[in-house]
Design a protein. Structure first.
Length: 1095
């Protein structure tokens, strides 16, 4: 039985750059880190109604309506950031909420928009209560998955605070779900597991024996099918679309390929590419769209399929976690209800090493399928076991998954070339699973009365292990159809897991497990039993299994021997005359050197604390150990090594149910080399008190953070509070380590009547850092003379919008950062004050005011890279002034606009920068980027693999900026440059110029009509790019939105020119067109329709 370990919260570093890279479509190991692609900020509304906006690896957090006193815990681990409201902590600790609901990285990637997709589980008889709670929270039920006790729900962004109140009850430290609600999950996304097979597994032998799946239905839940392909004529038993697309037509090619491998007839190839069970019928459920598969769609498809087919093939998945997720739960429950065998791809994350098996193939009842090459060697991408959480044996079996040829859909977009038209070549465990599903169909035909468990065990028992491969990597081995149909001996245990043996091992007690062999033949079989691999022995060397009967023995694992610590796998092999061979994978986790670490947590008043978190963070490798925090004292089992240690402690509640104080405790390094007790005593913390020098200033934001930054890993944790009156911080013992950085951030301004800081005439932002160890409290009240002054003006451009600007401080490019934009009407002037102990960057937004919604909608953003400031100095800034167009200067830290690394090219120029030189993006624009090589179009998008030979490249980019934009409503640009292979270890900024127009306009971006007008023209390039001197600049102007053009007089030399035009009376807008070239042959062309307005 699988352990259920409710994990608390994990996350990624709140720092690095203001703009970040999108997730890769398919993970793969890289020789060198690629530069980041810039991208606009991403807003996320949590299930609680709170708003988080990601600005690369910086964040902003704003409580939802009526939640102004809520505290937030932030954590960063690996590539994920979590923001946890204080009133969700108890439910997460109890395993009642899915931690992905607060994974803002995943929520942003999910693109939830106005509706958050949820799965709400209810207990037996609890459906009415669940529906009542959801109705009260204005949530919309989209699917009733009653077979597994789940409702699929969509929660509107504007009503999530109401939904949270309707789903939960109680105080912050004792929050519970209401009656009728058992658990709430995110309705997440899964991906299709894509990365001379039929004879390889012995299927022709089964055909010759009369077994080809005839009379058996196999369900395929995937991306649909091309029903017009000749290989499926007469093969379809039924179809259903679960995606809402209106048909089962395969828009990807994945589902068609998979279905063909199960039961395609091979008609289009003269039988050459026949499926494993060509006599079987196919039940097609379309659960995946072109890009992903929603959990709710998959669940509904699973229920439908389990009711209609004895075998279900699923080649999709997501990373596994220690908890039992809704799809794993469904696999187990539907198997029990319908005796269906779910055959599932193990995943393509083998490069991550041990513990990379994907969900839902990780379910107990699932038959998890890895991939092998043509010679049965394990495919490098095939995910490995053991299973996360309990070390159980997974995968269960393997099958061919490299270079698989099968039917090609008419709309295929993923398949590689094949020897015969109408077919394509693909690799991945997606291709392996349908081989085993076909083998299972043959077994159903041969033994229609067998249970799904017996079929699963028989498939595994007859498999062929690959010599030299660990059982945790391949399970029972490669499926062998020829053996499965002829062998009468099988085993009741498909695999044997011995669990975990605690370190040290010199006093380990041997662990024994039973194993039972079953003989369906008419004569007795005498088995010879052997074991291989590590610490395993079998009690009997021979065993006679009577005809139609069973015989049992035991297998023992003794970990006192010389085998290395860690997962140890092997095989129990039973052989007999006539070629009988039954293989059973066996495994035990021989715990690596580990110790008991006892954690005691104490409140500020000296009492035991029951409302806290504990995290141990591996400093030498990515390893997180989370406390359950079910008591003030708990014991964690921790592998030897160096760890960061952090705890978030909520104090006693006030009369409103809110914690009176919030404490962040952190230790830079804890060495675990023996059993030890650590006391986390909040009395060691001191108050964190920042204040602004202005009289009457209010606190808009308060945060304390801790970062651990090493070459191997990066972690961060922090607290966000309403004011500094309730914030405390302290070291656990005071050890110093260079990988550690503590920080405190505060934002202050003039509170408005609405309780916000809108139109505050000033904003003071303070950031203080302490390398090595956590602050033991911090008190800072700087004078104005100790701060730098940023005097800024903000012009108006769009209709019905307001502005918002925040300043961003970072100690290094990789440390935590917060961005707290304070809004104002446009046009506007504001003075910002910042302390000089760090570098500051800024981001300006145009946004639609809330208009009855909880949060505004962002229209556009402009960015300024981090710069040092000096106390007593005044810096003048101008923002949002026309003309808006491409700008490739000021890339924030590691972000680059147009870059090459090896033969990988990134092309992502920011197209909506302002006249002051701030790169920018429009969130409402429609953009397109095309890349040409020597005149041939390579494609559309932002990332390309290109040939190594030098060539002439041309980038063509367009941006159509719709309402509420009024200026630069259409932006067109084209760049021409030469490029060839560069070393993969570095990235090269390519020689791209942009032209910036900086006319002197009023604060509404208008210029006078009926007179002569000068426009400064500045030609700029990416910092570090090798470009020539500017040799020519030509400017044209239009007053009819580009229908006709007039040449402007251009004076000046080099990269600084002035264009002189004459604005006619009565014209509404001026459009600009420019072309420029340098002495190295690089060229740029830009067109800005309605560059600025005329008055």
């Amino acid at each position: 039985m699988r352990r259920r370990l409710p994990a608390l919260l994990t996350t990624t570093i709140l720092g690095l750059s203001v703009l970040s890279a999108p997730a890769a479509a398919a993970p793969a190991p890289a020789a060198a880190a690629r530069p980041q692609v810039a991208a606009p900020a991403k807003p996320v509304t949590l299930i609680t109604g709170d708003r988080v906006t990601l600005h690369g690896k910086a964040m902003s957090v704003k409580p939802g309506a009526g939640r102004g006193k809520i505290r937030f815990l932030t954590q960063t681990i690996g590539e994920h950031r979590y923001v946890i409201p204080s009133d969700a902590l108890a439910l997460l600790r109890d395993g009642r909420l899915d931690k992905r609901l607060f994974d803002v990285t995943e929520l942003a990637a999910l693109g939830t928009g106005d509706e958050l997709p949820l799965l709400v589980a209810y207990p037996d008889g609890g459906a009415p209560g669940a529906r009542s709670a959801l109705s009260a929270g204005e949530a919309r039920v989209t699917r009733d998955l009653s077979a597994v006790g789940v409702l699929a729900v969509r929660a509107d962004r504007q009503a999530r605070s109401e939904l949270w109140s309707s789903l939960t009850t109680g105080s912050a430290d004792a929050r519970t779900l209401r009656t009728g609600v058992r658990k709430v999950w995110l309705d997440g996304k899964r991906k299709l597991n894509l990365d001379r097979s039929v004879p390889q597994i012995g299927a022709p032998t089964a055909w010759q024996a009369g077994y080809d799946g005839t009379g058996v239905t196999v369900a395929v839940l995937d991306s649909g099918i091309d029903l017009t392909h000749p290989d499926f004529a007469g093969q379809i038993a039924g179809t259903r679309d679960f995606t809402g697309s209106g048909s089962v037509d395969d828009e990807v090619g994945h589902g068609t390929h998979v279905a063909s491998t199960v039961a395609g007839t091979g008609a289009a190839s003269g039988g050459r590419y026949k499926g494993v069970a060509p006599g079987a019928k196919l039940l097609i459920g379309k659960v995946c769209g072109p890009e992903f598969c929603m959990d709710s769609q998959i669940l509904e498809g699973m229920i439908w399929a389990a009711e209609r087919a004895p075998v279900v093939s699923m080649s999709l998945g997501a990373p596994d976690t220690p908890e039992v997720d809704p799809l794993e739960q469904a696999v187990n429950e539907l198997t029990e209800q319908h005796d269906t065998l779910f055959v599932m791809s193990a995943g393509n994350s083998g490069f991550e090493g041990a513990g990379s098996i994907g969900s839902p193939s990780s379910a107990d009842a699932a038959l998890s399928v890895g991939a092998v090459e043509r010679d049965d060697s394990l495919a490098d991408f095939s995910s490995r076991g053991p299973r996360v959480g309990d070390g159980a044996m997974k995968p269960d079996i393997t099958a061919p998954g490299v270079g698989i040829v099968a039917a090609k859909a008419a709309h295929d977009v993923i398949g590689g070339p094949a020897p015969v038209a109408g077919y394509s070549t693909l690799s991945g465990t997606s291709m392996s699973a349908p081989h085993v599903a076909g083998a299972a169909a043959i077994l159903v035909q041969q033994h229609p009365d067998w249970s799904s468990r017996l079929r699963k065990n028989t498939l595994m028992a007859s498999a062929k292990p690959t010599a030299g491969v660990n059982s945790f990597d391949q399970g029972a081995g490669r499926v062998d159809v020829a053996r499965q149909i002829t062998q009468t001996v099988t085993v009741d245990q498909g695999s044997i897991s011995f669990g975990v043996q605690r370190w040290p091992h010199d006093d380990d007690q041997p662990v024994t497990r039973p194993v039972t062999y079953r003989n369906s033949g008419t004569t007795a079989v005498e088995l010879t039993l052997t074991v291989s691999g590590g610490p395993f022995t079998v009690a009997a060397s021979t065993l006679t299994v009577p005809a139609g009967g069973t015989a049992a023995t035991t297998v023992t694992a003794d970990t006192r021997g010389p085998e290395p610590d860690g997962p140890l796998g092997g095989y129990l092999t039973a052989t007999a005359a006539g070629g009988v061979r039954v293989s059973t994978p066996i495994g035990i986790d021989k715990e690596v050197e580990s110790y008991d670490v006892t954690i005691r947590t104490i409140n500020r008043d000296g009492s035991p604390n029951l409302n806290h978190t504990v995290l141990l963070l591996g400093l030498d490798r990515l390893k997180v150990i989370e406390g359950r925090a079910e008591a003030a004292t708990e014991v964690l089992r921790v592998p030897a090594g160096r760890y960061g240690l952090t705890s978030w402690i909520l104090g006693a509640e006030d009369e409103n149910g809110d914690p009176e104080d919030t404490t962040l405790m952190a230790e830079s390094v804890v060495v675990v080399d023996g059993d030890r007790t650590i006391t986390i005593d909040a009395r060691r913390a001191g108050p964190v008190r920042l204040s602004a020098p202005q009289a009457g200033a209010g606190t808009a934001f308060a945060a304390v953070n801790a970062d651990w930054l090493t070459e191997a890993v990066g972690y961060a944790t922090g607290i966000v509070t309403a004011t500094f009156d309730e914030a405390y911080a302290g070291p656990i013992s005071g050890v110093s380590d260079p990988s550690f950085l503590a920080s405190v951030n505060g934002t202050f301004g003039v509170p408005g009547a609405a309780g916000d800081f809108h139109n505050s005439p000033y904003v003071t932002e303070l950031a203080y850092f302490n390398p090595g160890r956590m602050f033991r409290g911090l008190r800072k009240a700087p004078r104005l003379s100790e701060l730098a002054t940023l005097n800024a003006s903000y012009a108006a451009e769009a209709t019905g919008v307001r502005g918002a600007k925040g300043n961003l401080a970072q100690f290094t490019t990789e440390s935590s950062a917060w961005l707290i934009p304070i809004s104002f009407d446009l046009p506007f002037r504001r003075t910002d004050y910042v302390n000089p102990q760090t570098q500051w960057g800024s981001i300006f937004f145009q946004e639609k005011p809330p208009a009855g919604e909880t949060f505004p909608e962002t229209v556009s953003e402009l960015d300024a890279a981090r710069q040092p400031v000096r106390a007593g100095r005044t810096y003048r800034q101008q923002w949002n002034g026309a003309a808006f167009g491409p700008n490739v200067t000021q890339p924030p830290q590691e972000v680059v606009w147009v870059t090459r690394q090896g033969d990988f090219m990134i092309v992502y120029p920011p197209l909506s920068g302002d006249g002051s030189g701030h790169p920018g993006f429009s969130w409402v624009a429609t953009e397109q980027v095309e890349l040409y090589r020597n005149g041939t179009k390579l494609g559309e998008g932002y990332e390309y693999e290109v040939p190594p030979e030098p060539a002439t490249y041309r980038v063509v980019a367009t941006s159509t900026r719709g309402a509420p934009h009024t200026l630069s409503t259409e932006i067109r640009a084209a760049w021409t440059f030469r490029s060839g292979h560069v070393a993969a270890e570095r990235f090269q900024r390519l020689p791209v110029h942009t032209v910036r127009f900086a006319p002197r306009l009023d604060d509404r971006n208008t210029a006078p009509a009926g007179r002569r007008f000068e426009i400064p023209v500045i030609v700029e390039h990416q910092p570090g790019a090798q470009v020539g001197r500017i040799r020519s600049v030509q400017v044209d102007v239009s007053y009819d939105d580009g229908k006709t053009w007039q040449k402007a007089a251009v004076t000046g030399t080099g990269d600084r020119r002035v264009a002189t035009v004459h604005h006619p009376r009565g014209a509404g807008f001026a459009s600009l067109r420019v072309s420029a070239a340098d002495t190295a042959g690089n060229t740029v062309e830009q067109t800005l329709i309605r560059a600025y307005a005329l008055r």
